[in-house]
Design a binder for this molecule. Structure first.
Ligand SMILES: [Zn+2]
Length: 432
């Protein structure tokens, strides 16, 4: 075993902050197990990592304040040995400043909205996706109101496995062509998701369901994709309701929940995945360039989409003083419709500071917001991270002079506020 640092990499990212630099893995000689040192973490509490594993917060490294985490199973095994450990000899890796090259800034929200709205008109909703939405309580009316469509698999997969697709959607390259024809040859530069593949504009991002992200003026400023896990580089077989493929002699099923195989005991075992949602973007940091001190994007002329919150149900904003906050765009769309109330959504519970941003809060106040209901998922009861984020958000809102109410419900009645409302339930409200 080595006492040295292994920096995180593209192949093995930091499970805490999901970045591929600055953080590290570390196997102290006197410890007998691997620890993770995250240099960006601010939560400092137990969490589910981006690899799906559970991580226990061990402590902060002396001097640097970096967070030390340990995978739960290993932690349980080594708990006894751990007593008396100190982390004073952890050296802090140096953060390297990279020189940005060819960074494309996203166009303004109005511009993005014209393009994305046109995209929604060009794409169709695959029947399987429609069936999924129906199963989640979505009506056709709600689907049409927000132009929920399907984002097709990468064109290269369609070419390679030409028999596997049933989608009537156009290809990504065709989608880009039609946009360029309507909006001009320069229209896709600065639209997150679009990039140049050779000389041809096309789109990056996973296949799946497309949900609009609205800003406070109602612009569809970004698109959020709920992955359908269909963009697998293998021959996919469809048989009745089942979709599956073979890899290394094993049969894998594709579902909206993820890719799984069935154990000999008959249990579904899901492959680890990094979240179900992505904001459509065409940015991936070039790790080769980073070793030369350069910050570059592997997608030519592509651009990033920063984490931002979305605002749903805004026609009601002028008359409603009560606003909900939840995590996840489909929840916001669904709940704002069911409650006839504005709902602000965070892309993830960790990003609550997006709402506490002074500009966002004062704009919400201008639109009539006087009180906030925080409605995070019911799993907060056993997910310390969700609970800790809920507290930080509520404290921040209170500090800004906004009364806060917490919505609670039993997990058996639905995980998210959308599930709860779809099943006819209502939360219990608790003044914070
Ligand atoms: Zn990290």
């Amino acid at each position: 075993m080595s006492d040295a640092w292994k920096g995180v990499s593209r192949a093995r990212k930091c499970p805490i902050c999901q970045h591929e630099d600055w953080c590290g893995y570390w196997t102290p000689e006197d410890y007998g197990g691997e620890l993770i040192c995250c240099q960006r973490d601010k939560e400092k509490c137990n969490m589910i990592g981006s690899d799906g594993q559970e991580y226990v917060f061990i402590g902060s490294a002396k001097g640097s304040g970096s967070s030390i985490y340990e995978e739960r199973t290993q932690y349980e095994l080594l708990r006894k040995k751990k007593t008396g450990m100190n982390y004073s000899h952890i050296s802090k890796p140096q953060k390297r400043e990279l020189k940005p090259v060819d960074q494309i800034v996203p166009k303004n929200n109005e511009n993005c909205s014209s393009i994305y709205t046109y995209m929604q008109n060009l794409l169709i909703l695959d029947p399987a996706h429609k069936a999924y939405l129906h199963s989640q309580g979505w009506t056709d009316e709600l689907i049409e109101k927000h132009h929920i469509v399907s984002f097709p698999e990468e064109d290269s997969l369609r070419v390679k496995y030409h028999n596997r697709y049933r989608t009537r959607n156009i290809t990504r390259a065709r989608l880009a062509d039609l946009i360029l024809q309507k909006f001009g040859s320069n229209s896709l530069e600065g639209i997150p998701g679009a990039y140049l593949k050779g000389e041809q504009w096309t789109f990056a991002g996973p296949s799946g369901l497309v949900f609009p992200m609205y800003d406070l003026d109602g612009n569809t400023f970004r698109l959020r994709i709920r992955k359908d896990f269909s963009d697998i580089d293998a021959t996919v077989i469809t048989s009745g309701q089942d979709r599956f493929y073979y890899a290394e002699g094993k049969k894998y099923f594709i579902s909206m929940k993820g890719v799984y195989f069935v154990t000999p005991g008959g249990e579904k075992e899901f492959l680890p995945q990094k979240g179900k949602y992505r904001t459509l973007a065409s940015y991936y940091q070039d790790s080769q360039a980073a070793t030369r001190g350069i910050l570059a994007n592997i997608y030519k002329k592509g651009c990033a989409a920063a984490n931002q919150c979305s605002f749903y149900g805004l026609p009601f904003a002028k008359t409603s003083s009560l606003w909900y906050i939840t995590e996840g765009e489909p929840k916001g769309l669904f709940a704002s419709n069911a409650l006839s109330t504005p709902v602000v959504t965070l892309p993830g519970v960790n990003s609550y500071s997006l709402i506490l941003d002074d500009g966002v809060l004062s704009q919400m106040k201008e639109l009539g917001m006087k009180m906030v209901v925080v409605a995070f998922d019911a799993d907060k009861l056993h997910n310390e991270r969700v609970l800790s984020c809920e507290k930080s958000l509520a404290d921040g809102l209170k500090a800004a002079g906004i009364p806060v109410v917490i919505a609670n419900w039993k997990e058996e009645n639905g995980k998210g506020i959308d599930d709860l409302l779809a099943s006819g339930g209502a939360p219990q409200y608790c003044i914070y």
